[in-house]
Design a protein around this ligand. Sequence first.
Ligand code: UD1
Ligand code: UDP
Length: 379
Amino acid sequence: MSSQTRQTVVCVVGTRPEAIKMAPVIRALRASSWARCRVIFTAQHRDLVAPVFEFFGVQPDVDLDVMRPGQSLADLSNRLLASLHDSLRREDPDFVLAQGDTTTVLAAALASYMLSAPFGHIEAGLRTHRLDSPFPEEANRVAVSHLSTLHFAPTTAARENLLHEGIERASIHITGNTGIDALHLAARRDSPLGAKLDPDKRLILVTVHRRENQGEPLRRICESVRAIHESFEDVEILWPVHPNPAIGPVVAEIVGGLPRVRLVEPLSYGSFVTAMKRSALILSDSGGIQEEATALRKPVLVLRQVSERDEAVRCGVARLVGHDPATIVAETSRLLGDAVDGRPLAQAESPFGDGRAASRIVSIVKKSLNPVRSKAVRA
Ligand code: UD1
Ligand code: UDP
């Protein structure tokens, strides 16, 4: 098909998890004969995304350069909506795709709606049913669901959430999570960890970044890590610190300088996957890491009160521990007792997908566009 008759699918990407979870979709679109795939990178995250694009061989076509140090939600939203609206108008897409629940995704859905461009939401239907947690992601994803044309739900539970909100059944497709596609791609490569670790120690991997954990909850999480360090001499703790300025100084103040705590820059995706595989235990408030840990069968203590990934809790890999030090230390102790040497948990198949979500999404988008004649034909 000539580039004039191909249909334009714009993929919008803003942050690290979106880059990871959109990469398999972008690669599948670029490998297709029918789509002209354009990638708009909002750069809500700058340094965290560059290595992900490099890892997956993705080149953005447009860079909106919105990130500012310590950006507020209002400033970020303003910049994203204005610049995405302009950029999408210029691209004149037949279809727009974005993944997840960040401010980039909300702005992409809203701008597409304003321009009457069909919008497909990848990872649709995740809910905690609490607008304050995670904040602002729960509100973002609820709003995005009501602005989307197609909903790519990773699991049946996600589809049920959408149906309960009155979303039309025919517009919802269960595809699995594209994060598992990305994990399969990464697992095929041999990435060095990039951090010097003691091979004789059991590894605990820690990440924290959620806005609702900033401030006092983060201090309590750090106190918990300090207590774990004191209680278990045979563990080494690896903490790639998120660049949000609300995180690093607190972490450095409370756990910096402890001999078996390695505070490091964010790891490249490949190295992070290697670190997860080597871990005896993961402590994290991340969304994507709950899915990855489940697929890798690594126990994860979720540093949150509620999770929209209930499947991970139900299959026994994840446990919600909030930020109470006594609970975190007790659960760590229990799990270190179980997981002797970082062997994966034995359990059933991952509930988050089989690694073929991206090709399903691309076929569904193609089918949805079939009745529409391409712009070149219309002209
Ligand atoms: C954002 C998303 C969150 C997602 C997370 C993934 C929103 C509101 N939040 O949270 O849903 O789970 O990304 O990591 O959409 N920074 C850098 N370099 C970077 C990235 C961030 O310096 O590459 C710093 C900047 O000072 C920036 C700050 O981190 O202002 C916060 O970034 P922001 O995207 O607003 O929030 P996150 O906490 O990263
Ligand atoms: N990740 C990474 N390097 C790190 C920490 C995390 O590549 O140092 C990856 C991780 O494998 C997962 C994603 O980043 O795929 C999760 O991103 P984050 O926790 O920032 O966001 P969330 O998933 O909570 O939205």
